[in-house]
Design a protein around this ligand. Structure first.
Ligand SMILES: [Zn+2]
Ligand SMILES: [Zn+2]
Length: 141
């Protein structure tokens, strides 16, 4: 999933547009994906969202507090109440995991998604020519 060397990833930091929320992680994410679902489109204001998955205890919040919006029965999406930046995603059925937006990293090039989900909902004018796995709905193993 990672490009180049892992030593660049000893600490990766990110935050929202206004800087009110800052976080860091001391490891590479264990997974990363593009999601084309309607919920991700609406919450990000973009045609897809790029996500990276961590264990909850791998994330250190340096400043600010993520405000959460419960977007479905089990899912809460976190954003900055000041600038609106989409920061996080969590599913209460998986309380040990916490997902962050790749675009909130100071250097989003450090994390490369490896698969697309909910491509059934991908906008028709977006041409993706990467060789990542594609799933029409959720990922199936
Ligand atoms: Zn902000
Ligand atoms: Zn989604």
């Amino acid at each position: 999933m990672m490009e180049n060397t892992e030593d660049k990833l000893t600490v990766i930091a990110g935050g929202c547009l206004c800087g009110g929320i800052r976080y860091q992680v001391n490891t590479a994410p264990f997974d990363a994906d593009y999601c084309h679902c309607i919920q991700c489109q609406k919450s990000s204001g973009a045609v897809f969202q790029a996500w990276m998955d961590f264990k909850l205890d791998q994330i250190t919040w340096l400043t600010g507090v993520v405000t959460e919006y419960q977007s479905s029965e089990h899912v809460s999406r976190g954003f900055c109440v000041q600038c609106g930046c989409s920061i996080s995603y969590r599913d209460d059925r998986y309380p040990d995991y916490f997902t962050l937006t790749i675009a909130s990293l100071d250097n989003p090039r450090l994390v490369k998604p490896t698969y697309h989900i909910h491509t059934k909902n991908q906008v028709s004018w977006l041409n993706i020519t990467d060789d990542c796995s594609r799933y029409e709905n959720e990922r199936v193993k």
